[in-house]
Design a protein around this ligand. Structure first.
Ligand SMILES: [Zn+2]
Length: 229
C-alpha cells in the first residue's frame, strides 16, 4: 500500500507538504484521478487509481505498483519494459498477483519473458496473464469491464475501453415493494436489465486511423480518452 496515497486522501492532513505531493500525483478529470506519465520513446504508464488499473507500465513507476490490473497496448519497450519489475516488486511486497492483459499476439512472448526471468531470478513472479483480441472483453469487477479495440501502429497493438456496468430495474416494476420485487426475483423473473457506459479509453501508440474506424465508436464516446501523439 502506498502510504502517501492514504495520507493525501485525508483532508485533515492538508499541510503544505502534502498538498505539494498531491499536486505531483496527477490530475482530476471527469471525476477520475489520473496519474502517470507519457514520454514518447521513453516511458508510458497512465494510472487510474479508482479503477485499480494502469495502462502500459513504462519503466514501472512506483505508483503503478499498487494497481492490481495492468493493460498493455503493445510490445514496444517504452510501454512494456517495466513489466518484470512490476510483477517482481509486487511479489516482494507480498501483494496479490496482478492480472495483466496483453494483445493475444504477444502473449506467448510475454510468457517466455517471464520464464527467462524466473530462471535468472529463481523467483515465482506470480501473475495472471490474459490474452485479449480486438473486440474481446474481460470483467475487471462485476461493475467494470474492459474491451480491446483496434489501433494502428507498426507492430501488433490495441487500445482499451473501460466500461461501467450497471443493473437497473425494468420500468414495469417501478413502484413495487421490496418484498414484491424479491418474490418476482426468486420466481425467476428477469426484473433488471444491464446498461454499460464507456468511461475511460486508452489508445497507446497509434496513427489517427483509429478515429475513423467505425468499430471504435465507444472510444470516442468515453468520458476520458487518453491518446499518444
Ligand atoms: Zn510503440
Amino acid at each position: 500500500m502506498d502510504r502517501r496515497t492514504q495520507k493525501s486522501k485525508n483532508p485533515e492532513s492538508g499541510k503544505e507538504e502534502n498538498n505539494e505531493k498531491k499536486k505531483e500525483k496527477g490530475m482530476q478529470i471527469e471525476g477520475y484521478q489520473v496519474e502517470g506519465l507519457s514520454i514518447g520513446g521513453h516511458e508510458t504508464c497512465i494510472i487510474f487509481p479508482s479503477l485499480n488499473l494502469a495502462f502500459d507500465i513504462g519503466k514501472c513507476p512506483q505508483r503503478a505498483l499498487s494497481q492490481d490490473f495492468l493493460l498493455i497496448s503493445h510490445g514496444h519497450m517504452d510501454h512494456i519494459g517495466g513489466l518484470p519489475m512490476y510483477v517482481a516488486t509486487r511479489g516482494l511486497y507480498g501483494m496479490k498477483p496482478p492480472t495483466i492483459i496483453v494483445p493475444t499476439a504477444i502473449k506467448e512472448d510475454v510468457e517466455k519473458l517471464f520464464e527467462v526471468h524466473r530462471k535468472m531470478d529463481h523467483s515465482e513472479l506470480k501473475h495472471n496473464l490474459i490474452g485479449l483480441d480486438v473486440g474481446e472483453e474481460f470483467f475487471l469487477r462485476r461493475d467494470l469491464k474492459v474491451r480491446a479495440f483496434r489501433t494502428y501502429h507498426v507492430i501488433p497493438s490495441q487500445g482499451y475501453v473501460v466500461y461501467s456496468v450497471k443493473q437497473k430495474l425494468k420500468q414495469e416494476y417501478f413502484g413495487l415493494s421490496g418484498n414484491e420485487i424479491k418474490n418476482l426475483k426468486s420466481s425467476g423473473v428477469e426484473i433488471t436489465y444491464t446498461t454499460t457506459a464507456p468511461e475511460v479509453a486508452f489508445t497507446g501508440d497509434t496513427t489517427s486511423d483509429f478515429i475513423v474506424d467505425k468499430t471504435n465508436i465507444d472510444v470516442l464516446r468515453a468520458r476520458i480518452l487518453v491518446v499518444e501523439r
